[in-house]
Design a protein around this ligand. Structure first.
Ligand code: GLU
Length: 356
């Protein structure tokens, strides 16, 4: 009788252990994969079709498609959203950042990977880099080819992302972006090509590191404040103030700024010509937007790369404008939204663009 009891007890224990996941390899780090959609989760009707739908495949299917991933870490997935990243929103950002902060407080979570479409990946990564409060690695990744495509690169990118998130080397480096064997800092990286697998690059400061079938190394540290030393937080935030981006061009319509102010923008980023320039009439509209409505205008660039310098062709203070430094318009918008949410004044703004 005793033997039967012992047999039943042992069987229940074994079943319990495998069902409830205690079969994890204790020697391996635990990495959580938070999926948000994108081409890495996209599928097409054929392996050579150039048209496809993003955000179709669930996280478990993606994990199963990566050979050897379970030798790097104990991986488990959570579906936070499943959208093409053109539909990424402030609402999803806040949900994602809060979930990441919550998970990283757990002693049984060593690192996090976020799978994401490539269109707005740099924005999400930059946002997270300012509000994630942990030294544990958080790595975003995606792919340019859908999961059903010939030579899909998503599985290798995911493998590399898990290797980085599980590594000692990535600790304390803030949020990182990896695609195509490269490791990037969110502030510096941009999507530079609409279709190429080597689309992501950091033209001003270069890559932060490299990763090759899970073997990785870093060449430099991030150059601006992030993570635990950032003053920004998502605690208690339910939304962010509206900030719009206006693309500048020759003979730019002077009333564009007024239209955005009327629509409710609390801040405006200009994707300026050259070194963050715009027509004199638009500069006058920027001055009026601040003086009459308290709306702050930041000068970024429509040019793919380069710094926007303060007081370059005119004195910024004369128009109450802020220079975005090396931030592109989409990322300048994120910093301005977070700064406005924190109640930052015009006099404090320029420094933030040098610091973060
Ligand atoms: N628009 C899609 C997205 O951003 C395609 C880009 C991609 O993931 O490569 O999700």
């Amino acid at each position: 009788m005793k033997r039967i009891q012992r047999f039943i007890f042992t069987s229940v224990l074994i079943i319990g252990v495998s069902v409830f996941g205690y079969s994890q390899n204790k020697k391996l780090p635990n990495v959580k994969i938070l999926a948000t959609g994108g081409t890495i989760a996209g599928s097409a009707s054929s392996a050579t079709s150039s048209s496809y739908a993003a955000g179709q495949v669930g996280i478990q299917t993606m994990i199963n498609a990566v050979p050897g991933i379970k030798d790097l870490a104990n991986v488990s997935g959570e579906q936070v959203a499943n959208v093409g990243s053109q539909d990424m929103s402030v609402e999803i950002w806040l949900k994602l950042a809060k979930r990441i902060n919550e998970l990283l407080l757990q002693s049984d979570v060593n690192g996090i990977v976020v799978t994401h479409g490539t269109d707005t990946q740099e924005e999400t990564a930059y946002f997270l880099s300012l509000v994630v409060k942990s030294d544990k690695p958080v790595v975003t990744t995606g792919s340019m080819r859908s999961s059903t495509s010939i030579s899909a690169e998503g599985p290798l990118n995911l493998y590399n992302a898990v290797a980085i998130a599980a590594s000692e080397e990535a600790k304390g480096k803030g949020v990182l972006v990896t695609l195509n064997d490269e490791i990037h800092s969110p502030r510096d990286v941009s999507k530079m090509n609409t279709t190429n697998v080597g689309s992501f690059s950091a033209p001003i400061k270069g890559v932060m590191g490299g990763v090759f079938y899970g073997r990785l190394g870093f060449f430099r540290e991030p150059t601006t404040k992030f993570g635990k030393s950032s003053e920004f937080s998502v605690e208690g935030l339910k939304s962010l103030p509206r900030v719009d981006i206006i693309y500048a061009y020759a003979d730019m319509a002077p009333d564009l700024i007024d239209i955005h102010v009327k629509a409710g923008a609390k801040g405006i980023v200009i994707a300026g010509v050259g070194n963050g320039n715009m027509t004199e009439a638009t500069l006058q509209a920027a001055k009026k937007a601040y003086e009459e409505h308290g709306v702050i205008v930041v000068r970024s660039r429509r040019v793919a790369t380069g710094w926007v310098l303060r007081d370059n062709e005119f004195k910024d203070a004369d128009y109450h404008t802020i220079a975005a430094h090396d931030l592109n318009p989409a990322k300048a918008r994120i910093l301005l939204m977070l700064a406005l949410a924190k109640g930052k004044k015009l006099s404090e703004m320029q420094d933030l663009f040098y610091t973060y």
